[in-house]
Design a protein around this ligand. Sequence first.
Ligand SMILES: C[S@@+](CC[C@H](N)C(=O)[O-])C[C@H]1O[C@@H](n2cnc3c(N)ncnc32)[C@H](O)[C@@H]1O
Length: 256
Amino acid sequence: MAEISPRFWSIFTEVYEALPRQGPGNRASAAAALERCSGLPAAPLVVDIGCGSGGQTLYLASLTAGRIVAFDLHAPGVARLQSAVTAAGLGRRVHPLIASMAGPGLRAESFDLVWSEGALYQIGLDRALRVCREMLRPGGWLVFTDAVWRTDTPLPEVKAMFDDDYPAMGRVPDVLAAVERAGFILAGHFTLPDEAWWEDFYTPMEQRIEALRPQYAGDAEALAILDQLAGEPEMHRRHGSQYAYEFVIARRPAAD
Ligand SMILES: C[S@@+](CC[C@H](N)C(=O)[O-])C[C@H]1O[C@@H](n2cnc3c(N)ncnc32)[C@H](O)[C@@H]1O
């Protein structure tokens, strides 16, 4: 891993916590994935794992009539979601929590829909899928996104970017095999369109980075960190065809 300046994480947080979300995804893609979950109750009980500051949680609240438990390990993101929930008058339906997917402490077999965007890989996909399965009632739906390679020969700089965060990243068939290995029935999958990287994520990220530059004028170290962060959307602009985010929709068998 490249050497990281001690100030990297504080400036990273200053950028990321101002964004509508902390990974790729948008409302239209969430709606398209949700549409494939046939037979959900009119007001499903949903859990959103690794919700970040809740960009997709708020979409789910508008796309379903159900109750949503949204949790993340990172307390400031959960606090931001809580403020948004309160401001939107969603307090009866959306319940943000600080918890780890490694042991969320939620009631087993209780959820109609387990949702997670760009987070399951954090504890390893196989392990996370077992946790998801335990939370789902039989017949319940699992919807998640995961980063995947679109080439076996990525450019070294692209590979280096993902090796830092997700060294085990595979291709779509690897993710689908993990889903089946965990005992789910695959119902569908699709690749996030390019606009889902920009709308709520990279465009606000680039704007946030530019807005912070004057604040750090004369601070060469901070400006270098902002340049480093700006490298990610730039990498996507140049080499986004080498990797993708895949939405996967699967079902726990009704009887098992
Ligand atoms: C790439 S972000 C995605 C956030 C959000 N789902 C989105 O798409 O905007 C990954 C999230 O996983 C969270 N995370 C990492 N490890 C976790 C764990 N063990 N349990 C719960 N959340 C975790 C991080 O704090 C972060 O918010």
